[in-house]
Design a protein around this ligand. Sequence first.
Ligand SMILES: Cc1cc2nc3c(=O)[nH]c(=O)nc-3n(C[C@H](O)[C@H](O)[C@H](O)COP(=O)(O)O)c2cc1C
Length: 171
Amino acid sequence: MHFKELMRSRYSVREYHENKVDQTLIKQVVNAGRLAPSAANKQPRRFVAIDNQEILNRLKPAYDRDWFSKVPNLIIAYGNHELSWKRSFDKKDHCDIDIAIALDHMTLIATELGLGTCWVCHFNPAIVKQVIPSPENWEPIAILAIGYPIEIKAPEKKRKDIYDILSFNKW
Ligand SMILES: Cc1cc2nc3c(=O)[nH]c(=O)nc-3n(C[C@H](O)[C@H](O)[C@H](O)COP(=O)(O)O)c2cc1C
C-alpha cells in the first residue's frame, strides 16, 4: 500500500472477527516495531503478544470495555526507563517516545497486512502486572489490540486543520 493510503487507512478498530492472528503475522508486526528508531538507539522496548484465550480473559478487567473483552489478540508494549535515553540538559526520559514510535510502525504494518489495531493506554497496569509477571524495571506502557477488523473502511479522520497545528517561522 502506498504510504499516504496506509496513513489514511489506519484507524482505531474496536470490532474484530473472532479468529486469532497467526503468530507469523504477529512477528511481522513486532518486527516493524523492532526496526523503528529510538533515542540514541537504546531500544528500551519489549513486547509480549497474547493469543491464549485464558490469559486474554484474565486481562479483560485491565480495561473494562465491552469491545476490549472480545479482542482476539493483544500486544503489550513494555518500556525500560533505566535503558532509555535521558536528555543531558534536563534528564527528560525518552522511553515513552520510543515506545510510541515502535507502536506507530506496528499499527501501520498491521494495516498493510489487513489487520486492525487499537492503542490502549487507559488500562490498569497493576492488573497487567499481576496477570503477566514481568521484571520490575519493565513498565507496561501501552497495549495494542490487534485482529481482523469487521469493518475495513476507515471512518473519516477527525483532525485539526493543518494551520491549527503548523506555523512557519513564528509560534
Ligand atoms: C497514546 C494513545 C492512547 C490511546 N488510548 C486509548 C484507549 O485507552 N482506549 C481507546 O479506546 N483508544 C485509545 N486510543 C485511540 C485514540 O482514541 C484514537 O487513536 C483517536 O481517537 C484517533 O482515532 P483513529 O485512531 O481512529 O484515527 C489511544 C491512542 C493513542 C495514540
